[in-house]
Design a protein around this ligand. Structure first.
Ligand code: SF4
Ligand code: SF4
Length: 501
């Protein structure tokens, strides 16, 4: 063994006065950081393994533990930041591609934080959502150019299939395999209680979850794992995954170690084999090819389900979206580059793609300019963190938002960004039965319902403050937004004025 060039990132700070040697920390840490020395009668720590997931800190009964950033630092260097130096050491010892989880932690601009929302004063009265009606319901899907009614007022026009949501938020794709059975159960139950949808991701649909079908989006990705007729029919909508914000341009890889038991059965692949989704769909090389898949899926489900095409936000996203809107798809989902993932090559996650705010604004404008905005609904994800992000996204032109990281945080995720290790101490990104049990789906679904109810209320308050009483009236209403600290070009792309104008 050579020298370990990387000093531990975190230190375990154990207060010996408080520690009662109960060994709870030892049981709770799947990374085996803590151990008990009988000879010395003390708890020991192997800090090289700590990922700062805070599990032991949260469960220590005497609050004896703190995980602190190791103050040991490299000599200051504005060019060679510590992370870059450590990555070179890591690659020099392993020769491998660096893997990461969750969204990029790099300090790219978060445009949501540079956009401010309007409020009514004096002339245009605000609306009190506690006393006056407020509509947060949204319908996703194609809109007919005109509708006709018979003399009794009944609708004659046959409407294309639609999704109805009680609020403009859905749980984004997270596959069974990348997250646990109990995490999926929590999402499915919460979506059903809330009247919104959750998304299977590319891992198929476990047989226990078919009963949540009316609140499920079933995904068809390039690996086609777990895709069969019953699966397509089970969902309320079908999503073709062309790309993902955290790793545009590449496929997916779930290691064989995670393809066990139910995960292997649900994916319809043998236990222990790596689940590799190719970078492209091998039958799609053009919008015409995409159109064929869209219509194959519609044909297979009797034209009763809306088809979503999900793409990563990349440089020419407006032109790509224009093609998708003409492909027959009902909904386009755009995933920004700050979006989360169970596992992605670090270089891709941190350097490829564009922010969702700019992608959304340019797609909405392009589709309007081309007169095809009504062909599709737009759903955006890739770091929607709170209710005001949702409101800003709707005002920039989205019909609804996808959330994933925020939903996992509600389930207890502490953003340690080591989902790819399979040792999630919070029972979320793991298939180890002892860890999966740590997430109780009754509690998980209740926390998700609470989160969404809180957001719904905040969305109503923000809309009421603007004097707007429905999501429909907020949609694409960029006059309600102002930028702060943005360049002329950024404001032009976002299609908003600067604060003070
Ligand atoms: S990995 Fe998590 S549980 Fe283990 S020592 Fe670090 S913070 Fe505690
Ligand atoms: S899901 Fe688990 S492993 Fe992944 S970031 Fe959250 S706490 Fe860490």
């Amino acid at each position: 063994m050579g020298i370990d060039y990387i000093v531990p990132e975190f230190e375990v700070d154990r207060n010996e006065q408080r520690c009662i040697h109960c060994r709870v920390c030892e049981c709770q840490c799947a990374n085996e950081v803590h151990s008990y020395s009988k000879e010395a009668g003390i708890m020991l720590s192997d800090e090289t393994r700590c990922v700062n997931c805070q599990r032991c800190v949260s469960l220590c009964p005497t609050r004896a533990l703190k995980i602190v950033k190791n103050p040991c630092s490299f000599r200051e260097n504005a060019n060679w930041q510590p992370d870059l130096i450590k990555e070179v050491y890591r690659q020099a010892s392993t020769g491998g591609v660096l893997l990461s989880s969750m969204g990029t932690p790099k300090p790219y601009p978060v445009y949501w934080d540079r956009i401010l929302i309007n409020a009514s004063q004096v002339t245009n009265p605000s609306i009190d959502p506690l006393r006056e009606p407020m509509e947060t319901k949204v319908f996703l899907g194609k809109r007919p150019e005109k509708i006709s009614r018979d003399p009794e007022g009944n609708l004659i026009t046959k409407l294309p299939p639609q999704i109805t949501l009680s609020m403009p938020v859905m749980f984004s794709a997270m596959s069974y395999g990348s997250i646990s059975y109990n995490a999926h159960a929590s999402l499915a139950r919460a979506a059903t209680k809330l009247g919104i949808l959750y998304n299977t991701g590319e891992g198929g649909l476990h047989e226990d979850f078919y009963r949540y079908g009316p609140n499920t989006i079933v995904q068809v990705a390039s690996g086609r794992f777990g895709v069969h007729e019953g699966y397509l029919e089970a969902g309320a909508a079908i999503e073709i995954k062309m790309g993902q914000g955290a790793k545009p341009g590449i496929g997916g890889h779930l290691p064989g170690a995670k393809i066990v038991g139910d995960v292997s059965r649900t994916r319809m692949i043998p236990e222990g084999t790596d689940a590799i989704s190719p970078a492209p769909h091998h039958d799609i090389y053009s919008i015409e090819d995409l159109r064929q898949l869209v219509y194959s899926l519609k044909e297979a489900t009797n034209y009763e389900k809306p088809v979503i095409v999900k793409v990563a936000a990349v440089h020419n996203i407006a032109a790509i979206a224009s093609g998708i809107a003409r492909s027959g798809a009902d909904i386009i989902a755009i995933d920004g580059f700050r979006g989360g993932t169970g596992a992605a090559p670090t270089r891709i996650r941190d350097n490829v793609g564009i922010p969702i705010e700019l992608a959304l604004a340019s797609v909405d404008r392009r589709l309007r300019d081309e007169g095809i905005r009504g062909n599709v609904s737009l759903v955006v994800g890739g770091s929607i963190r709170c209710a005001s992000d949702v409101v800003k996204a709707i005002a920039l032109g989205a019909d609804a938002c996808y959330i994933a990281t925020a939903a996992l945080l509600a389930l207890g995720c502490h953003l340690c960004r080591t989902c790819h290790s399979g040792k999630c101490n919070w029972g979320i990104a793991t298939q180890r039965p002892d860890l999966v049990k740590r997430l109780n789906p009754d509690i998980g679904s209740e926390r998700l319902v609470n989160l969404m109810n809180a957001w719904r209320h905040e969305i109503m308050e923000l809309m009421g403050g603007m004097g707007i009483n429905s999501i429909e009236a907020l949609k694409g209403n960029r006059l309600m937004l102002r930028g702060v600290g943005l360049s002329g070009k950024e404001l032009e792309i976002l299609g908003i004025s600067h604060a003070g104008e």
